[in-house]
Every structure is written in C-alpha cells, then in structure tokens.
Design a protein around this ligand. Structure first.
Ligand SMILES: [Cu+2]
Length: 297
C-alpha cells in the first residue's frame, strides 16, 4: 500500500503545481500590461522634466517586473489556504519537503539573475540621468550637452536659497527656472549635510558643506514644483521646504532681470559667488551672511 500512496501523492502534488502555474501565468498576463499601460502613466514623480519622465519609466519597469513575483507569492498562499486546509482541532505539521535540489536551483538561479539585472539597470539609469539622482559630485559621468543655465542651490539649517551667477549672483528664496533649457544645479551646504529634492523635477542631490554637487535638469513646460530637504538635518528638517516654478523662457528672463535690479543692494553684501563657501574664507565675519544680517531665530 505504501508505494501506491506515495505515487498518488506525487501525482496530486504535480496537478496542484500545474494548476498554480496556470493561474499564475494567466494573472501575470493580465496584470503586467495593466501595470505598464494603466498604472504606469500615473507613477511618480510625473512628467514635468526629462529626468522625472526617466524616473517614471524606471518605476514602470520595476513595477512590471515585480508584478509576477508578487502574484506568484499571492497565488501560492491563497491556493494553499483554499485547498490544503486541515480540518478539525488536531493540527499537525505537514511532511518535510527535502531533496528538491532542482527546484531550489531554479529558485536561487532565477531570483539571482533578476536581482542582478535590476541592479545593473538601476545603476545605469541613475548615472544616465545627468546626475539628477546619482550624486556624482562636481563632474557627473553623464553631463548635459549644450548651453545651460547655472543655478546654485545653497542649503543650510533650515532653508534653501538659490543663487544665479549669470544674473549678478543674486540670491532668492524661491527656485525659478525656464522651461525648455538645460539647468545646471550646483548644490552645496553651509553647515550640515542636507539633500536638495525637487520632487516633480525628478532631482535629488545631496548638499554637502565644501562640495559642489552637480545635477542637470530640463523641464518640459511651465508648472509648479516642491523643493524639500530629504536628509534629516536637525530640529526643523521637516519645515525645510521651498517653492519652485518652471516659467516660459520670456517670463523667466523678465523675472530674472527685474529681481537682479531689485536685489542689487542686498546682493552686494553677499560673499562673492563661489561653488562652495567656507565661512572663514568667503563669508564676512565667519558666516555666509555676515554680522550685518539679523540672526534668524
Ligand atoms: Cu536639511
């Protein structure tokens, strides 16, 4: 009797396996296109810039690859709950599964290849994003070509300010950029480590004191975006936000010229524009703003 039972169990086990496989394949065939075509266009961070669109593509790829993995786990769990429930109070452990070397091999092999491919894909996409996510320092591996507008992002506890070296080195508290033009962000800090995160632009770059971290972005069309700090930097880290706006080129030039003239009396009190600021060297009185400025509470 014993050998017969074993063979019957093996046959029914195989039938279960085939059923799980078929359910999984059907669900994957339905859900993968849904993730790519229906959910994909709504994935963050949106499509305001070249870099944001690139990150949305990455999220679509990762989401679509993750779908069959999630479905396999869910299918197996639900199938087991429905079909292999043990009735009654006498609950015992099932038989141990041993000597399934081939299955273990497939499992380890497929998951290893998947993870390694995603690691290569992710690293390439991060670097190929013009420094918008890789934090490559002053010279990103892939830099934007063509003329670009340099904008400096200065982080400090707990505020971002923005300097425009081509507009007299003026400093503003909101980040304005023109659409349709490459922008070169030069990100630095005056004190601790912060992280400049312009969410809808798809730019996140660490702001380190004494380092010029360069990231490029090209916005497609006018629109608003949020700037926030993405590195826990002290008590008011959560309040370290700024407004951002993409303007048409003409509007931007008009705004920049107007602001440069307006701010001229203040700009001349600032340290000379530099890619990094060491308090002792460039900041009057040992601070960026100098003793003539009131200290913020
Ligand atoms: Cu911060």
């Amino acid at each position: 009797m014993a050998p017969d039972t074993g063979r019957t169990e093996e046959r029914s086990g195989r039938a279960d396996g085939v059923r799980i496989l078929v359910i999984w394949l059907i669900l994957s065939a339905i859900c993968m296109p849904l993730v790519w075509f229906v959910w994909g266009p709504h994935l963050p961070p949106g499509g305001l810039s070249d870099q944001a669109a690139g990150q949305r593509f990455d999220n679509k790829v990762l989401g679509t690859v993750a779908t069959p993995v999630v479905l396999l786990v869910c299918t197996f769990i639900i199938y087991a709950l429905v079909n292999w429930r043990q009735d009654g109070d006498d609950i015992e452990d099932g038989p141990y599964i041993t000597n399934k070397v081939r299955w273990s091999g497939w499992w380890v092999g497929i998951t290893t290849v998947t993870v390694l491919c995603l690691a290569v894909f992710g690293t390439y996409e991060l670097e190929n994003n013009n420094g918008a996510g890789s934090g490559s320092g002053p010279s990103p591996l892939f830099a934007a070509s063509g003329p670009y507008l340099p904008v400096q992002v200065i982080a400090q506890q707990w505020r971002f300010t923005f300097r425009y070296p081509t507009y007299g080195g003026m400093e503003t508290t909101s980040l304005m950029i023109p659409a349709g033009q490459e922008i070169q962000f030069n990100v630095t800090s005056l004190d601790v480590i912060h992280s400049f995160w312009a969410y809808q632009l798809g730019v996140k770059a660490d702001a380190n004191p004494g380092v010029n971290n360069v990231a490029f972005v090209k916005a497609y069309h006018p629109g608003k975006f949020n700037v926030m700090c993405a590195e826990l930097c002290g008590l008011w880290h959560g309040a370290m936000t700024a407004d951002g706006q993409v303007m048409t080129k003409a509007d931007f030039v008009a705004w920049a010229n107007r602001t440069e003239a307006q701010e001229a009396p203040v700009t001349k009190l600032l340290p000379k524009y530099s890619t990094v600021y060491a308090p002792d060297e460039t900041g009057a009185g040992g601070t960026y703003y100098g003793p003539q400025y009131p200290v913020n509470p």
